[in-house]
Design a protein around this ligand. Structure first.
Ligand code: NAD
Ligand code: GLY
Length: 359
């Protein structure tokens, strides 16, 4: 088991990465917390897979948990769902010493984190992420949110967990498309910060897709390390943290214009990363080899790299609604070489349209 520490002063916490960690959850929690009760939030399907193990791990340290089951899907990150959970917390007499545990992917993690941030003005919570995306991205860094009908993640808070417990065994039951979608974020860490890691991904794509245990440990560990370092520098995204959004500006537009049905988030980000690299090349920021390498790696990992047929003006218009846009000026993360990016404001719309049209 590997332990990483995210250093955020009083809000610091450890990320534990290894196998068979669900079985050790009780022991891991009592190292840092003595909750009055434990309430686990999860989907019924995840409870069916991992509920018994987690229940007995918590019961073994005297913390028999209550369970709140939440329907699957992005639509559960809603005010209505949050309202139902608040009702349950009231019934359970959930006090400030109660602990919430998020067992699931990013939907469960974002929703549970949001509830933890606002119920009684703040409860401790622990993330037990079970998708690759949540293990390498959403469980780390304290972004919690629910959606507004007009946009994703518009209602939320920066609120850090007490611990992140990453059991790599849970990936064995994850559908292959969800696993590959998580790999897009893994590639992103190589692009923004770590050229050696990018090369490792290029050289080990087959073993990664086969979920070789050593590869999994390395990719999750390195991803959490890079993300943690970025969050330590800029917890509330005043500027630097935006580099984590590499590929997301176009990716979010693709997701929105295809009504969040055609692409998983990571798939849309994969497309976005290729076009962001081509834009970087066209603006003279990087060599032509950079977008080519990014595209080749994503394709090896079974991810899409071509924009679907969409109206280019609609893509650009959608980008002006991006949370990172300021006064409708599109803010972009551009790549200068593998491992280095820069944040550029006010990209000329004609350059953007050219890259979206040409390829
Ligand atoms: P998800 O939580 O919807 O999980 C995807 C599917 O996989 C679900 O059907 C789920 O039930 C299933 N699943 C989860 N773990 C499983 C397992 N071990 N075995 C079998 N099935 C399993 O999707 P996601 O991709 O994990 O997360 C997407 C969410 O994360 C979005 O809401 C996005 O906004 C959010 N997000 C947040 C951040 C952040 O920093 N907070 C970052 C990126 C994404
Ligand atoms: N997923 C981007 C961030 O946490 O900032």
């Amino acid at each position: 088991m590997k332990k990483l520490t995210i250093d955020l002063g009083q809000r610091s916490y450890d990320i534990l990465i290894g196998t068979d960690l669900i079985e050790q959850t009780g022991r891991i929690i009592v190292e840092v917390l003595f909750p009055s009760q434990v309430i686990v939030l999860t989907h019924p399907s995840i409870k069916a897979l991992y509920g018994e193990k987690l229940d007995s791990a918590l019961s073994s340290v005297g913390m028999k948990p209550h369970w709140i089951e939440i329907p699957e899907g992005e639509s559960s990150k809603s005010l209505a769902q949050a309202g139902e959970i608040f009702d349950r917390l009231f019934e359970l007499n959930c006090d400030r010493k109660s602990l919430l545990v998020a067992l699931g992917g990013g939907v469960i993690g974002d929703l549970t984190g949001f509830i933890a941030a606002v119920w009684l003005r703040g409860l401790p919570f622990v993330q037990v992420p079970t998708t690759l995306l949540s293990q390498v991205d959403s469980s780390v860094g304290g972004k919690t949110a629910i959606n507004h009908p007009q946009g994703k993640n518009l209602i939320g808070a920066f609120y850090q967990p007490q611990r992140v417990i990453i059991d790599l065994n849970t990936l064995k039951t994850l559908p292959a498309n969800e696993f590959k979608a998580g790999l897009a974020e893994v590639v992103k860490y190589g692009i923004i910060e770590d050229p050696d890691f990018f090369e490792f991904l290029e050289n080990n794509s087959t073993a990664i897709l086969a979920q070789d245990p050593e590869c999994l440990q390395r990719i999750v560990q390195t991803s959490c390390t890079v993300k943690g370092q970025v969050v330590e520098k800029d917890e509330t995204e005043s500027n630097h943290r935006m580099i984590l959004n590499y590929g997301h500006t176009i990716g979010h537009a693709v997701e929105a214009l295809t009504h969040y049905t055609d692409y998983l988030h990571g798939e849309a980000v994969a497309i976005g990363m290729v076009y962001a690299a081509r834009l970087s090349r066209n603006l003279g920021k990087c060599d032509p080899g950079v977008p080519e390498r990014i595209q080749a790696l994503l394709e090896k990992l079974g991810l899409p790299t071509t924009l679907p047929k969409l109206d280019v003006d609609a893509i650009v218009e959608s980008m002006t609604h991006d949370k990172k846009a300021v006064q409708k000026k599109i803010r972009f993360v551009l790549v200068t070489q593998i491992g280095t990016v820069e944040i550029v404001d006010d990209i000329p719309p004609n350059e953007l349209k050219k890259v979206l049209q040409n390829d």
